[in-house]
Design a protein around this ligand. Sequence first.
Ligand code: SF4
Ligand code: SF4
Length: 94
Amino acid sequence: MAGSPKHEPMVMVKEYCIECAVCREVCPYTAVFFIPTKWKIALQVDQVRCTGCGGPEHAPCVQFCPSPGALVPASSLSPAMAVASPSPASAVGA
Ligand code: SF4
Ligand code: SF4
């Protein structure tokens, strides 16, 4: 097999994400980065760098996330529910 097909990237659900950064620590592709917001630092999944890691049942970010429902495949979330997605160029510590 010529490599595994890329799975859908994950997105964060802002209502559930407690911004603990565990997903950033365990992501093998350094796809989670910090973003500056008006009041604090938040986190975001780089939609290009994220490989999906075989889906939510295998992805380290989902498996280690302490807040169920905070990371879901991109297509299962409406854009309005996701954490704001600025350009990765504005990321901190990417
Ligand atoms: S591990 Fe879960 S709760 Fe923590 S920052 Fe990532 S998505 Fe948010
Ligand atoms: S699915 Fe994999 S590549 Fe994407 S953020 Fe989670 S651990 Fe990182």
